[in-house]
Design a protein. Structure first.
Length: 273
């Protein structure tokens, strides 16, 4: 599944082609993806200008004067800016036309989403899919103090708390494993037992891990590609993720793999206490 870095890479890739452009039409194929398409609001975008792009967690946002288009890439979706005459493929479900170009959403597994939030419905942050999301890890609102305060009553393992997304958003399975390694914290550690000093290390590790992933174009998982069609290569620098039984890059001991909440976790028992 594309995680925060992959969505941010996508946003940065499409932003120059979208911001300030006038939508000339919308093409919908099938009735929807994870949820039905909001047909009337989408068709009404013709003639409207995309003021700016944004991102909240794993949701890509296209802001108009009268509302916001919310896009989610699902498990294996991606966005491309293509010539408007490009024929659709089997898994191309949504086109946002921009004269000679278009933004196309391809989603083989159809777990993505194309939704609309009207400005008349209030603050975008109160949208049902966004209102419970935690702090953005690359924004000033994210801090060690936030992690510490939010986990005082959380007995679950710190890896699971990070994945929950209600304290900090967008630290998915890959980047949680990598961040915990950088911070030297065992993923099984109960969140409420971690001291503020260790959360200082973890907050910094999360920022550094996500920033490095974005800089390197994200990770190539299944068929993820950036908006320019190129694969990310952050996976080439993983410390622990998907490296079970391989030597730790720091101490040389074998990387371990366990299951937490039906997800694979990778860590070094020697480096992460």
């Amino acid at each position: 599944m594309p995680e925060l870095p992959e969505v941010e890479v996508t946003r940065r890739g499409v932003a120059p082609f979208l911001e300030g452009r006038c939508v000339t039409g919308v093409v919908l194929r099938h009735s929807g993806l994870r949820w039905p398409f909001p047909v009337a609001p989408l068709q009404a975008l013709a003639g409207c200008v995309i003021r700016k792009t944004g991102r909240r967690g794993k949701y890509l946002l296209l802001h108009f004067d009268h509302g916001t288009l919310i896009l989610h890439l699902g498990m294996s979706g991606h966005l491309r800016v293509l010539p408007a005459a490009t024929p659709p493929g089997k898994h191309d479900h949504f086109d946002l036309l921009l004269n000679e170009e278009m933004l196309r959403l391809t989603d083989p597994r159809r777990f993505g989403a194309v939704l609309w939030h009207d400005a008349q419905d209030g603050d975008l942050e109160n949208h049902v899919l966004l209102k419970k999301l935690g702090a953005e890890p690359l924004e000033p609102s994210f801090s060690a103090q936030l992690l510490y305060r939010g986990t005082r009553n959380r007995k679950a393992a710190i890896k699971q708390v990070l994945l929950a997304g209600d304290i900090v958003v967008g630290v998915g399975n890959i980047y949680a494993s990598e961040s915990l390694f950088r911070a030297g914290i065992n993923p099984n550690t109960p969140a409420h037992r971690i001291a503020l000093a260790r959360y200082e290390k973890l907050a910094q590790a999360i920022r550094e891990t996500l920033a490095a992933a974005i800089e390197q174009g994200g990770s190539t998982l299944r068929d993820f590609r950036g908006a320019d069609g190129r694969a990310g290569y952050f996976q080439q620098t993983y410390f622990v993720y998907d490296r079970a039984e391989e030597p730790c890059r720091l101490c040389g001991k074998a990387v371990r793999q366990i299951r937490q909440g039906q997800r694979s976790t990778f860590y070094c028992a020697s480096c992460q206490k």
